[in-house]
Design a protein around this ligand. Structure first.
Ligand code: FES
Ligand code: FES
Length: 161
């Protein structure tokens, strides 16, 4: 039987009917209609479905929606400013050619955000480790790592979280 739950996504409360087994990735995409969160493998291998829960990078395809009540969920749609200005991580992904087909991009950016929030000046190895659960079949990763390095500098310089 469906149950009405309240989810805090990008600082907005969404009331959605869910079954106990509904996955967060499906609820975000199909019920809340935020389709920036992608579904690739649906078994925890690719990282495309990564969102932030209370600031931590989490695989939404392995997370039950019902377990997310009372937590702060951030999807890629929650990163840009209200006026449409991109977050520095998004901007550097664009500027440094870290986006090709874009399927991995939401997950890559949210994993990068979790990293930079906890470690504002990571070394290259720390970036690689933080993104090791996010697969990209297009870019070869080099440009993604460069983009995170540049975003780290920009965020520190501009005092952006
Ligand atoms: S869709 Fe969740 S890890 Fe691949
Ligand atoms: S840009 Fe295509 S999978 Fe990463």
């Amino acid at each position: 039987m469906k149950q009405l739950i309240a989810l805090d996504i990008n600082d907005q409360i969404y009331e959605v009917p869910v079954d106990p087994w509904d996955l967060l990735s499906d609820v975000i995409r199909k019920k809340v209609r935020l389709t920036g969160t992608k579904k690739g493998c649906e078994q925890g291998d690719c990282g495309a479905c990564t969102v932030l829960i209370n600031g931590q990078a989490v695989l939404s395809c392995l997370t039950l929606a019902i377990a997310c009540q009372g937590k702060k969920i951030t999807t890629i749609e929650g990163l840009a400013e209200q006026d449409g200005r991109l977050h520095p991580i998004q901007q550097s992904f664009v500027d440094y050619g870290a986006v090709q087909c874009g399927f991995c991009t939401s997950g890559m950016i949210l994993s990068s955000k979790a990293l930079l929030d906890s470690n504002p000046k990571p070394g290259r190895e720390e970036i690689k480790r933080a993104l090791s659960g996010n697969l990209c079949r297009c870019t070869g990763y080099k440009k993604i790592i460069e983009a995170v390095e540049v975003a780290s500098e920009t965020m520190s310089k501009e005092g952006v979280k």
